[in-house]
Design a protein around this ligand. Structure first.
Ligand SMILES: Cc1cc2nc3c(=O)[nH]c(=O)nc-3n(C[C@H](O)[C@H](O)[C@H](O)COP(=O)(O)OP(=O)(O)OC[C@H]3O[C@@H](n4cnc5c(N)ncnc54)[C@H](O)[C@@H]3O)c2cc1C
Length: 577
C-alpha cells in the first residue's frame, strides 16, 4: 500500500503507474510456500530493517504488524512512500542487484516478519516461478515510482554541454539509476574544504544519498560506489562468462542461467550495447509500435538477474588465456575471472569521422546516439546526422520530431542501397529533413563546444556553413576484438572467425580456441541486427552445454587440474581497484 504524500509530480500519482503490480500482495498459500526459504523474527516498534545505501539487503515479508518505507527528501527529512502490512514484502530493484538501497524500511509497531536472506532469495527466484514473477514485476514498478520522485537517488551537478557530465549522465541513464541533474553555473558551486583550487576542477560532482560528494568520479568508481557493478567471485570457476551485454550477450546470459549454468556477464559500459543507443527499434519481433533499445536491454537484464546472473559493469575485459582447459580473463584493474567456457559478445563500436579537431567535440556536440537524452540538446535547433544506414535514418526521423531542422549528410549518391525503404520514405516525405548526397563534413568550430559546421559537396565543391551545435555520427562500426588479438583467429577486418573455418570445431559459433564461442556483431559474417544477435546468443548455449559436458568429463578424469588452474590464474595477478 502506498502513501502518496502531497507530491503531485511523483510517479505514484501518474495514471500510467501500476500500484497493483508495484504493491502486489503475496497470497497465504505463497507465504506458506516461501516459509522454508527464510526464518520468522519478531522486531520491536521503530527499528530500521535496512537503511539508505545498505547493500545486499534481505527481503522481509510482513506476517503481523507494519513496516514503513521512506525516501530521503531534499530538506533532510524523509517521505513515507509505502506502508507494508500483512503479506506485503519489502525491497525494490536492489533485491535483484548489488545496488545500495535507495529507501529505508522501519517497523511502525512490533512486527512478526519472515526474513528471506539474499542467497535463499536467489534460490526462491529460480524454484518458485509464479512468486518470482510477482516479485520481479513489483521491483520494476517500485523502481519506476522511485525514479519519478523528485528527491530520489543521487544528484549529478555539472556544467551545460560538459563532456564529463554527459558521460556520467549517460552512464546513469543507461543503467536506470535514479538521479537528478543540476546544471549549475561554476560560480554557484561551493568548494569542499578548500581542497580544490578552482570551481571547474570540482565538476562534475555526484552527491550520494548519504550526503557524501564525489568530485569528478570515474565511471568505474561510480559503478563500484553505487553497486552498479558486482565484481567476480575470485574463488569461483564460472560455467559461462559472457563478454558484452548487448543483445547477443544478454540473450546468452538469460539462456545460460535459465538452464542452470553459473553465469557472469562482463560489460565495459552499460547493458544494451549499440541497440541501447537506438531511440526506437521497429523491426524486432513482437513490438508492433517499436521499442527503445534501452527498454529492451533493461527488460533483458532483469530477466537475467531473475535467473541469478551476476553483472560486472564498467569493467572491460582486456586479456584472455586458457590454462589447463580453464579460461582466465583479466578485467581492467587486473581483476581475474575464471570460467569453463566463454561467450564473446563484445559487438562493435562507432566509426569516427576524419576531421580536424574531431576529438575535441566528442560529447560536446558530436554524438553517436540519438535518444531522448541527446534530443534535449537539440530542441528547436538545427542538427546534422551523418550516415546513410538504418541507424542514421532512424536518428534523422527521430530528431525531426524535436529539432528545428535535420540536415542528413551522406557520401553516396542515394540512400537506397544502405537504408530500409520505410525509413527512406519517411525521410523523403519530411519537410524537416534535407538530404545532402555525395557530401561530407569539412570543418568543425567552436570554443568550449561545437558551434559551427561546414560541409562540402564532393561533386560540385560547394560548401555550406551553418551555426549547428549537434552532429550525430552514424557511419557504421568496427569490431570490439582488440582484446583478443593473438588469442583467437580474426578475419581481415578484425571480426572473429567461427564455425569450422580452417578445421577448428565444427559448430557455428565455435572460435579457434576450445570452449570460446563468439556471437552477434563481433562474429565474422554475422547479420548486424538485433534479432540475429539475440538469436545467436540464445542458440550458442546449446553448443556451450555440449562443450561443458565433454569438458567436465575431462576434469573428472583429472580432478585437481581445474583447481590448480584457478590457483595459478589467481596468483598470477593480484586484483587492484
Ligand atoms: C543507433 C543504432 C540503431 C540501431 N537500430 C537497429 C534496429 O532498429 N534494428 C536492428 O535490427 N538493428 C539495429 N542496430 C544494430 C544492432 O543494434 C546491433 O546489430 C546489435 O546491437 C548487435 O548486438 P551485439 O550484442 O552483438 O553487440 P553490441 O550491441 O555492440 O554490444 C556489445 C557490448 O559489448 C561491450 N564490450 C565491448 N568490448 C568489451 C570488452 N572488452 N569487455 C567487456 N564488454 C565489452 C560493449 O560495451 C557493448 O555493450 C542499430 C545500431 C545502432 C548503433
Amino acid at each position: 500500500m502506498t502513501d502518496n504524500g502531497d507530491n503531485k509530480t511523483s510517479a505514484w500519482n501518474n495514471p500510467d503507474f501500476r500500484p497493483d503490480l508495484a504493491f502486489a500482495k503475496l497470497t497465504e498459500e505463497m507465504v506458506e510456500r516461501i516459509g522454508s526459504y527464510g526464518r520468522e523474527e519478531i522486531f520491536p516498534a521503530n527499528v530500521p530493517l535496512f537503511t539508505h545505501g545498505e547493500r545486499q539487503v534481505d527481503m522481509f515479508v510482513v506476517l503481523d504488524g507494519q513496516v514503513d518505507v521512506s525516501l530521503p527528501t531534499s530538506n533532510g527529512e524523509s517521505k513515507v512512500i509505502a506502508h507494508h502490512q500483512k503479506f506485503d514484502f519489502s525491497g525494490e530493484l536492489n533485491l535483484l542487484t548489488s545496488q545500495g538501497s535507495l529507501v529505508e524500511a522501519r517497523t511502525v509497531k512490533e512486527s512478526r516478519l519472515l526474513r528471506i536472506p539474499r542467497n535463499e532469495l536467489q534460490r526462491l527466484m529460480r524454484a518458485e516461478g509464479d512468486i518470482a514473477n510477482l516479485i520481479t514485476s513489483a521491483t520494476i514498478w517500485r523502481r519506476i515510482g522511485i525514479i519519478g520522485e523528485e528527491t530520489s537517488g543521487i544528484v549529478l551537478m555539472g556544467l551545460v554541454n560538459d563532456a564529463e557530465t554527459t558521460e556520467i549522465q549517460r552512464f546513469l541513464v543507461r543503467n536506470n539509476y535514479p538521479h537528478r541533474m543540476v546544471e549549475a553555473p561554476a560560480e554557484e558551486i561551493s568548494l569542499p574544504d578548500n581542497e580544490l583550487s578552482d570551481h571547474e576542477s570540482t565538476l562534475p560532482a555526484v552527491i550520494l544519498s548519504d550526503g557524501r560528494t564525489l568530485h569528478r568520479p570515474t565511471i568505474t568508481q561510480l559503478a563500484d560506489e553505487l553497486g552498479i557493478t558486482e565484481l567476480p567471485d575470485p574463488n569461483m570457476i564460472y560455467d559461462v562468462t559472457v563478454v558484452g551485454a548487448g543483445p547477443s550477450g544478454l540473450a546468452a546470459a538469460v539462456y545460460a542461467a535459465s538452464e542452470g549454468l553459473c553465469t557472469i556477464v562482463i560489460e565495459s559500459t552499460a547493458p544494451g550495447g549499440q541497440a541501447g543507443t537506438s531511440s526506437r527499434i521497429e523491426n524486432y519481433l513482437g513490438f508492433p509500435t517499436g521499442i527503445s533499445g534501452q527498454r529492451l536491454a533493461s527488460r533483458a537484464q532483469l530477466q537475467a538477474l531473475k535467473f541469478g546472473v551476476r553483472f560486472a559493469i564498467s569493467r572491460p575485459t582486456i586479456t584472455a588465456e586458457q590454462i589447463d582447459g580453464i579460461h582466465r580473463l583479466t578485467l581492467a584493474g587486473g581483476i581475474p575471472v575464471c570460467s569453463r567456457s566463454v561467450v564473446v559478445a563484445s559487438g562493435a563500436q562507432y566509426r569516427k569521422l576524419s576531421v580536424e579537431n574531431y576529438g575535441q567535440y566528442e560529447n560536446r556536440g558530436i554524438y553517436y546516439a540519438a535518444t531522448a537524452m541527446e534530443s534535449v540538446y537539440c530542441r528547436d535547433n538545427e542538427v546534422i546526422v551523418v550516415g546513410g544506414g538504418n541507424s542514421a535514418g532512424q536518428a534523422a526521423v527521430f530528431l525531426s520530431g524535436v529539432a528545428k531542422h535535420v540536415h542528413q549528410i551522406v557520401r553516396g549518391n542515394a540512400l537506397a542501397s544502405t537504408m530500409s525503404q520505410y525509413l527512406i520514405s519517411r525521410i523523403e516525405s519530411s519537410s524537416r529533413i534535407t538530404l545532402y548526397t555525395e557530401s561530407e563534413i569539412g570543418k568543425l568550430e567552436g570554443e568550449s563546444s561545437l558551434e559551427r559546421v561546414t560541409w562540402i559537396n564532393r561533386k560540385t565543391g560547394e560548401s555550406t556553413v551553418k551555426p549547428i551545435g549537434s552532429v550525430f555520427v552514424m557511419i557504421g562500426a568496427e569490431p570490439n576484438s582488440g582484446w583478443l588479438f593473438g588469442t583467437v583467429r580474426l578475419d581481415k577486418k578484425g571480426f572473429i572467425l567461427t564455425g569450422g573455418t580452417d578445421g577448428f570445431e565444427q559448430t557455428t559459433y565455435a572460435t579457434s580456441v576450445p570452449g570460446m564461442f563468439a556471437v552477434g556483431d563481433v562474429r565474422s559474417n554475422s547479420v548486424k541486427r538485433v534479432a540475429s544477435a539475440v538469436g545467436e546468443g540464445s542458440v550458442v548455449i546449446s553448443d556451450v552445454h555440449r562443450y561443458l559436458a565433454d569438458h567436465r568429463n575431462n576434469v573428472a578424469a583429472e580432478p585437481n587440474s581445474a583447481l590448480a588452474a584457478l590457483r595459478l590464474a589467481n596468483a598470477a595477478t593480484a586484483p587492484q581497484n
